[in-house]
Ligand binder design. Structure first.
Ligand code: GLA
Length: 435
């Protein structure tokens, strides 16, 4: 077993017989991870021993899920409600303590060992690539006075598409933070783990993300979504009862160019929108209460005062936030009432607002959306996650999934020249130790 040569965009580098073996090994592991976890763990453990050798210290395994957001997009940094679920696609992590102070990382999909030490101060370095996600967590832990009594070695294997918009990076941050907390007996609670992941993303990766992704990966529960109030962090589980329907994830396979800078740009546009609102409240009393986050505004209030945002771009950003928050409440009710048609309609409205008011979709996600909703058996669809490429989801009847995938796939390639990938998912558990 070697490591597969794939660059950060998912392209295979170079070519050799050895590499073909590595590709086959990765494919085998991906397949086992899906269909036979105990065999997967056996092979994953063998790979760990090939890299690090056998010692008397136990190797411990963790699984950290991807997520889909059913609805409530780009409002987790505006105090809104979001409705995500962890899904049954995982990043796997094996960890073992060492007798010295070295920290070693290997990832079956990426070449080369990364080496650090518990005495490092851990700063972001571009050339450290994926290790930055891990080192960001270590820095936060060290700053919070958690003490490492030894080094450790890590092996990673992820079946979550990198940069695909279903939170491969949060799965890594949260999975790693949880594994470290368990291994070193730090006993950090799940919500603090989520916050550490978010902080690492802010400070280390310079993406000013909300809390949604790390939160659902930390607390998710099989067959459930959560409705999360991102202002108070109160949440509750909602059974994801989809009867004969499934959530089909559609990966545009569009590389997310400049996604991070556009994400931060949207965030600052919302901050501008909020500042204008607060100024108009204090100077002109357009509302008779204080507002701390855009999503505190009700739809009727927005409609009454919307001319205070003279710049139509800012007005549209605010409009998206206010209406999207309202849609989340309606979507939770629809699901609880078993009204999947209503849920599907809300998904479509969400996509259209993200396309027209928030402008984070693009030709690829719009094409997936348009093609998806043309299909018999599809109740609704929308982009999920940050947008600018990445994934969309559709609510599709099980009898029609195969036809849906072939229709949408074909039309998408004709429109964009790209090849989309699809999978139906179920809600899975949040990060967990595997026994
Ligand atoms: C990314 C961020 C989340 C959230 C979504 C958009 O996934 O990490 O915090 O803002 O985009 O809803």
């Amino acid at each position: 077993m070697g490591v597969l040569m794939i660059d950060v965009n998912g392209n295979v580098k170079g070519s050799s017989v050895k590499m073909n073996e590595d590709i086959l090994f990765c494919e085998k592991l991906t397949d086992l991870a899906k269909h036979n976890r105990s065999e997967f763990l056996h092979d994953f453990k063998q790979a760990f021993f090939e890299i690090y050798g056998k010692t008397n210290t136990e190797v411990v395994f963790f699984a950290s899920p991807a997520r889909v957001n059913i609805i409530g997009e780009h409002i987790d940094y505006n105090g809104g409600l979001v409705f995500p679920a962890a899904i049954d696609t995982y990043l796997y992590l094996a960890i073992r303590k060492r007798n010295d102070s070295a920290i070693l990382y290997n990832d079956i999909r990426f070449p080369g060992e990364k080496k650090f030490s518990i005495t490092d101060s851990f700063a972001y370095k571009k050339e450290d690539e994926y290790a930055n996600y891990l080192n960001g967590i270590l820095k936060i832990m060290k700053d919070a006075d958690y003490v490492f009594d030894s080094g450790f070695e890590i092996l990673l294997f992820s079946t979550i598409p990198a940069g695909g918009g279903i939170s491969s990076s949060s799965a890594l941050e949260v999975g790693f933070a949880y594994a470290i907390s368990e291994t070193f007996h730090f006993d950090i609670d799940r919500i603090t783990i989520a916050k550490m992941g978010q902080q690492s993303e802010h400070d280390f990766m310079n993406v000013k993300c909300g809390i949604m992704d790390q939160f659902i990966i930390a607390v998710g529960k099989k067959d459930h979504a959560i409705v999360l109030d991102t202002q108070s962090l109160e949440y509750r589980f909602v059974p994801l009862q989809l009867n004969d329907y499934r959530i089909v994830v559609m990966n545009s396979n569009k590389k997310r160019q400049l996604a991070d800078s556009k994400y931060n740009e949207r965030r600052s546009e919302c901050e501008k929108g909020l500042a204008i609102l607060q100024k108009n409240i204090s100077e002109k009393a357009v509302l008779d209460r204080k507002i701390e986050a855009l999503c505190e505004l009700e739809v009727f209030e927005f409609e009454k005062i919307k001319t205070i945002w003279e710049d139509s771009l800012i007005q549209n950003r605010v409009k998206h936030c206010v209406y999207e928050n309202d849609r989340v409440k309606k979507a939770v009710t629809a699901l609880e009432n078993n009204d999947l048609s209503e849920l599907g309609q809300l998904l479509c409205q969400s996509h259209e607002s993200l396309r027209d008011n928030y402008e984070v979709t693009g030709i690829e996600l719009d094409s997936l959306y348009e093609e998806a909703i043309k299909n018999e058996g599809c109740l609704g669809a929308r982009m999920t996650g940050a947008g600018f490429g990445g994934c969309a989801i559709a609510l599709v009847h099980t009898d029609f999934i195969d036809r849906f995938i072939s229709n949408v796939g074909e039309a998408y390639t004709l429109k964009t020249g790209l090849c989309a990938t699809f999978f139906a998912c179920m809600a899975g558990d949040g990060v967990s130790k595997l026994i």
